[in-house]
Design a protein around this ligand. Structure first.
Ligand code: 5GP
Length: 200
C-alpha cells in the first residue's frame, strides 16, 4: 500500500432525496459491501416502525433526550423533518473520517445545508453531497405506499415534503435520477470511487 492510501482521510458523503427515492438503501448497501465505508446511524424522535431496531436503524430518543443532547453540542447537525427531530451525532462521524473510513449520511436537505456551510476544514475537505431524484410522481407514490406503515395523512405530508425537497437538487455536487436498484447503485458506486481518487 502506498503512503497516499495510508494517509487518506475519509469522505463525508451526504445523501439526500425525498422519502421513497431509495437513498437509505443505497447508503446501507454501499456500507455493507465496502469495508472502508460506514453508515452513520442517525438519532430521531420518530416512533420506530415495525422491525426497526434501536441503534441499528436509528437511535430512538425521547424529545427531552434529543433536546438535552442538542444543548450539550452532541450533534453535527439536526433538523425537524415530517414533524420529528432527526440528527447526526458527532460520535458517528468524526473518528471514522480521521481513521480514513468514508462516512455515508442519509439526511434531509436542511441537515445537508447545515453541513455544507460548516467552516471546520476537516468537514469541508471531506464533504461530498449527492441528491437522489425519484423518476416521477407515479413511481414515488408507489414507493411511498410500499412500506404500508404510514397513515394517509403521513403519506400526504411525505409527498408534499418530497416536492419541496426536490427543489434543492441543484445545491448538490451530484444528482442521480433513480431508475432501478442496480443502475442506481452502479452510479452511486462510480461517484464515490471517483471522489476517492481526488488528489485535493
Ligand atoms: P424516515 O422517517 O423515513 O426514516 O426519514 C425521514 C427523513 O429524515 C428522510 O428524508 C431522512 O433523510 C431524514 N433523516 C434521517 N436521518 C437524518 C439526520 O440525521 N439528519 C437529518 N437532517 N435528516 C435525517
Amino acid at each position: 500500500m502506498s503512503n497516499l492510501e495510508l494517509n487518506r482521510r475519509g469522505l463525508l458523503c451526504v445523501v439526500s432525496g425525498p422519502s421513497g427515492s431509495g437513498k437509505t438503501t443505497l447508503c446501507r448497501r454501499f456500507s455493507e459491501e465496502d469495508s472502508s465505508a460506514v453508515y452513520a446511524t442517525s438519532a430521531t424522535t420518530r416512533t420506530p416502525r415495525e422491525g426497526e431496531k434501536d441503534g441499528v436503524d436509528y437511535f430512538f430518543l425521547s424529545r427531552e433526550e434529543f433536546e438535552s443532547r442538542t444543548t450539550h453540542g452532541e450533534f453535527l447537525e439536526f433538523a425537524e423533518v415530517h414533524g420529528n427531530y432527526y440528527g447526526t451525532l458527532k460520535s458517528e462521524v468524526v473518528t471514522h473520517i480521521d481513521a480514513g473510513r468514508d462516512v455515508l449520511m442519509d439526511i434531509d436537505v436542511q441537515g445537508a445545508a447545515l453541513i455544507r456551510n460548516q467552516t471546520d476544514p476537516v468537514i469541508q475537505q471531506a464533504f461530498v453531497d449527492i441528491f437522489i431524484i425519484p423518476p416521477n410522481d407515479e413511481e414515488l407514490i408507489k414507493r411511498l405506499n410500499f412500506r404500508g406503515t404510514e397513515t394517509q395523512e403521513q403519506l400526504d405530508l411525505r409527498l408534499k415534503n418530497a416536492h419541496e425537497e426536490m427543489r434543492h437538487w441543484e445545491s448538490y455536487q451530484y444528482s442521480v435520477v433513480s431508475r432501478d436498484k442496480e443502475s442506481d447503485f452502479a452510479t452511486f458506486n462510480a461517484i464515490i470511487s471517483g471522489e476517492r481518487c481526488r488528489s485535493s
